[in-house]
Write a protein that binds this ligand. Sequence first.
Ligand code: NAP
Length: 490
Amino acid sequence: MFIEISDEQIDAIINGSLSGYRYLQHISLKERSVLMHTIADEIEALDDGLLEIAHTESALPLARLRGEKARTVNQWRSYADAVKTGIYAEARIDKGDGAAKADIRKYNKGIGPVAVFGASNFPFAFSTAGGDTASAIGAGCSVVFKEHPGHPQTSQLMAQAIGRGLEKFGAPASVFSYLQGGSHAIGQSLVRHPVIKAVAFTGSLGAGRSLFDIAALREEPIPVFAEMGSVNPVFVLPQYLKANQTALAAAYVQSLTLGVGQFCTNPGLLFVLKDESLAGFKKELRAAIQTVDDAKMLHWGIMRDYNSAKSKLSMQGGVELLGEGRVSATDTGVAALYSTTGTAFLENKALAAEVFGPTGLLVECDSSAELGKIVESLEGQLTITFAATTEDIRTNTALLDKAQEKCGRILFGGMPTGVEVVYAMQHGGPYPATTDSRFTSVGPDAVKRFLRPVSFQNWPDEFLPLELKDENPLQIERIVDNRRALASDE
Ligand code: NAP
């Protein structure tokens, strides 16, 4: 049930988030880390009732939701531990000489209150208490969260857990504010509000782009970190295919149909060279897709969009149905694999469009040169995967070079679904995968999105933030006296 909320109420909530931001700026990195662990405790303590509600709202299986909840807790804890080390403060101290050279000290501080939009496909890990909220608070920014209409009750339970965490720690409720969803207007006024200094979003290209444009047109434009569409191409090279037809077909179809295909890293495109292995590989792919059961999708709108995108793909010239999954009902997402040629793919941009759901397109290419042209033609992606041997790559190094220009994560073997929450993870990529390819939305480095550098010139120690004081009370890593070090290197 959605509760109507007036513009005045929205305005008051967003204005209130400024005091939450200022509070976070005045506690130390260590205290912020303890606060994040306290919130993690509260999320961890939520019982299976939460999983039941999330299951009812999202149709995601209970086992998957249990794993996602654990991942969400781990995100809070690992980001909290990273924040405590001070690595995101990036403190640099160039001491003055008391004469011509000034004392200059720089660190990163939270950018200000952040608007967060939750994703429908991860009701825990990328929604209310998901990675965007955890990383914004880790950066010392308060959050104003816009509820996703696909899972309101789940969202409210998570918001209450955050609220309890704040209360237990002794932080003001304004560190995390919650706006009920149900209309685009609420999200749009949030992004337009002058108190908001950055936006985090995961969802469709249309919504992400529209919020990005609103943010750019504000009197004071602000950064938008939107994670949107990606078709996550998989390039299969000949030597690898010859030895792995059955295993690769099974792995690809498993990844394509995992979670009814509703992952941002879903491998929607599969490129292969036409050779003597192709006929066998197609047979294996057809057999694998025919064993996939249909299943309920996240919400009605996603299923409608899936069926419409799938039908559009099937009607393109040069596209043939290779195989379809099982059908048991009329309100489910049915898996499908289509095939086309490299020439048709290069001539028709519609074949590269994302079909959010368990549908893939096999593209049969004439030569390595054609594969190269295809990589060049691709839009920005979250991931590109090579199913290849080392020898395959040695004879196709140009492909590897071109692929790096197009994506945030490049895989040698394996499949792109499954995004580990670690420092080295890059979950982002050139537009339209995201609106800012310089950042990740998974892993502790996600915190960096909500920071901005500030230099202090010639300030007495007592007025400096803890990160920059002479005695280094937080014991964090800093680059000190680099000016002298650089000079002595000359
Ligand atoms: P969505 O339609 O993009 O909605 C995401 C959030 O943005 C919701 O809170 C929605 O709430 C709000 N919103 C939507 N359009 C808006 C607009 N024009 N202005 C302001 N706010 C807007 O995503 P979805 O409902 O999760 O799924 C729809 C499609 O998104 C899928 O079919 C799929 O293609 C894509 N998707 C992609 C990913 C990914 O990981 N890249 C994940 C999930 C979904 P309100 O309706 O209340 O405004």
